[in-house]
Design a protein around this ligand. Structure first.
Ligand code: UDP
Length: 372
């Protein structure tokens, strides 16, 4: 069969654009190289426990369209992410808020906390040049050393002085007693897991799993009028300008014969004492879980990326961004036959809602071009 669109990759970006194109009356084929759908948000169920196979994902957004793509395509229940940080065995609330400031300094009012931070951030008077300076400017040296430095250096495999300031701006800073990790209007989780949502988005669409685009590239290029590629940007061009770098993760899954292993869904380990950055207990995300005899905890180890590993995060530093731009010059010339979408193909640190917004923008562009 010949299709209007071939979508390469069934992650959230691919599944969203496939869904929008199908609803617009287009014929769509989705191919996925892994055996399961959903890319890095996919979940599996073992012993009644929904496992976030590639690390815990919490859907949060302030975008009405992204929220409707979520709640209209799967049953959603409310969930507020409130991670705890473990620093040398001391526990602190995250993100940085009045609870954290009280635990660290004994302060009880926003004025006292602001005064403490102002005093500690004096050492960075000008524009911050790197992540260390940015963090100290935002929250002062105590928080930087106890809750940021170790976590960030483990996460990115580099000294905080060599990392871009932008990474830390993702974290909220609040002068209220509020441990919600996100500032967004909406937040929730899909009942039954993210894979259920992806399956629903792809309902009625032809899907082939275990199929690598590059193994039959010339055949796939002929199978549809248009291609939307959501794989790695550099791989599409056979790495001809050089390799983009990614940060990878290794997941150490440990089953325990007990109801609960830790008393919070996510605990961050913010010092170099442990090689892992965080531990997630999967059943703690799911109020519907009926298994009370065993539990799965996953320890996350950041890792350097090489072929065969999972490309998780783009490394958006100057060098990699410049290379990505050079590839994007090439990719834009392939339109309107081939379009590039998603975290890996656009080489951007997207949250889940960003993937949906980008897919909608692409869909609107396809409509404007008269091909959707
Ligand atoms: N971060 C930190 N301490 C923490 C959690 C996060 O310093 O306990 C910093 C770290 O630099 C990290 C960034 O905040 O790279 C973004 O963290 P987030 O939890 O948003 O990362 P993600 O969930 O996307 O992996």
């Amino acid at each position: 069969m010949h299709y209007d669109y071939l979508i390469v990759g069934s992650g959230l970006s691919g599944a969203t654009i496939a869904n929008l194109l199908k609803k617009a009356g287009k014929t769509v084929l989705v191919i996925e190289k892994r055996d399961d759908l959903g890319g890095n948000i996919s979940t599996e169920i073992k012993d009644g426990i929904i496992i976030h196979s590639y690390g815990p994902h919490i859907f949060h957004t302030s975008d009405e369209f992204a929220w409707s793509m979520f709640k209209d395509n799967v049953e959603v229940y409310p969930f507020i992410n409130e991670p705890i940080a473990n620093c040398h065995g001391e526990f602190y609330h995250m993100p940085f808020n009045m609870n954290t400031f009280h635990e660290l300094w004994g302060v009880t009012t926003a004025e006292e906390a602001k005064a403490k931070i102002a005093e500690e951030s004096k050492e960075v008077p000008g524009e911050p040049k790197n992540l260390e300076e940015q963090a100290i400017k935002l929250v002062g040296r105590t928080i930087y050393e106890k809750l940021i430095k170790g976590y960030t250096e483990k996460q990115w495999g580099r000294d905080c002085k060599e990392l871009p300031a932008s990474i830390i701006r993702r974290l909220p800073l609040r002068f209220e007693y509020n441990n919600n990790y996100f500032n967004d209007t909406y937040q929730g989780l899909p009942k039954g897991g993210y894979s259920k949502w992806i399956e629903n988005l792809l309902e009625g669409i032809d899907v082939q799993t275990g199929v690598d685009f590059f193994s039959k590239r010339s055949e796939f290029e002929k199978i549809a009028n248009h291609i939307i590629y959501t794989g790695r940007l550099d791989e599409y061009f056979d790495f001809k300008l050089g390799k983009l770098e990614y940060r990878s993760l290794k997941f150490d899954n440990q089953w325990f014969e007990m109801d609960r292993y830790q008393n919070n869904p996510v605990i961050n380990f913010t010092t170099h004492d442990q090689p892992y950055t965080r531990c997630a207990e999967h059943k703690a995300f799911d109020p519907y879980c009926e298994n009370h005899h065993s539990t799965l905890a996953t320890f996350e180890y950041p890792d350097t990326f090489e072929e065969g590993k999972i490309p998780c995060y783009p490394i958006n530093d100057e060098k990699n961004n410049a290379l990505a731009e050079a590839y994007k010059e090439l990719s834009s010339k392939l339109e309107p036959k081939t379009f590039f979408l998603g975290r890996l193909a656009v080489y951007k640190y997207y949250d889940m809602d960003d993937c949906i917004v980008a897919a909608k923008e692409m869909f609107d562009r396809l409509v404007e071009l008269g091909i959707a």
